[in-house]
Design a protein. Structure first.
Length: 177
């Protein structure tokens, strides 16, 4: 049985995927992990848009100049949308849900990568945000913000587990800084 630390050290950002769809039961498992995420005052301010249509994923892949292109070959993308009116911790709550999805994907034999959307401009149009572009593309209500899109799929690349000897232990302070 894998420990949580082993899972955390094994999970790496995967940007290359096999041309193989993710099974519905695995998608449901990942979504359950997201829905089980903690949130401020149990506000659950998130909503998720699951995308497996290749043409739509190719369009989402253009939402930024850099860092989103892996979505064009990803079999699955999940937009993490959050309502800022529900809680002032919406970014944290959405990030926790996205991380739960990434860790769950790793645990069930898949890879994934976070694509930052909030605060980014559209690659082809500096006047439109990546958030606005994806909200229009996926018909997401205006009260929600797209924090990120998580790409998920079967790994076409393997990355080494994080070496604990190379962790930045000097950034840990006990008692006070």
């Amino acid at each position: 049985m894998t420990t949580f630390l082993e899972l955390a050290l094994k999970r790496r950002s995967i940007r290359k995927y096999l041309d193989k769809p993710v099974e519905d039961e695995k998608i449901q498992t990942i979504l359950q992990a997201a829905l089980a995420s903690p949130s401020s005052k149990h506000s659950n301010p998130w909503e998720f848009v699951v995308v497996s249509d290749r043409e739509v994923l190719q369009k989402i892949a253009t939402c930024r100049t850099y860092g989103s292109s892996m979505l064009q070959n990803s079999p699955l993308g999940i937009a993490v949308c959050v309502d800022p009116a529900v809680t002032d911790t919406w970014q944290c709550d959405g990030a926790i849900a996205a991380l739960n999805m990434l860790l769950c994907a790793e645990d069930i034999g898949l890879g994934g990568c976070w694509v930052q959307v909030n605060g980014r401009t559209l690659s082809e149009d500096e006047t439109k945000t990546a958030d606005e572009y994806i909200r229009e593309l996926l018909n997401i209500p205006g009260n929600l913000r797209v924090l990120c899109v998580v790409s998920i799929g079967y790994k076409a690349e393997e990355k080494k587990m994080i070496n604990t000897e190379k962790l930045q232990y000097e950034k840990i302070h006990y008692g006070q800084y």
